[in-house]
Design a protein. Structure first.
Length: 94
């Protein structure tokens, strides 16, 4: 615990964020704000406009460079860019 900076560490004595968990963690439910394309709910270190967020109920969005690129919805999937396949691909029907 780093009381001066209001940080708690699990598996570390030097927490870098408010809650810093090093190792494996689990939870029954993990709730986060919906997020947005420019500030997704799940991001990667030093790349905060890349990640996953939810634009509306039953929708999962993927964003890069702050732009929503791909969305999974209860009605199907949509993309703001064309899919590219390198190598072999096949389909049984469209």
């Amino acid at each position: 615990m780093d009381g001066g900076n209001e940080r708690v560490g699990i598996g570390t004595t030097n927490p870098l964020t408010r809650l810093d968990i090093r190792g494996t963690a689990s939870a029954s439910v993990f709730q986060v704000p919906r997020g947005s394309a420019t500030l997704p709910s799940f991001t990667f270190s030093n790349d905060i406009n890349l990640g996953i967020y939810s634009s509306e109920s039953d929708t999962l969005n993927f964003t890069t460079d702050g732009i929503s690129r791909f969305a999974l919805q209860s009605s199907g999937a949509s993309s703001s860019v064309n899919f590219e396949i390198s190598g072999n691909a096949s389909t049984s029907a469209f």
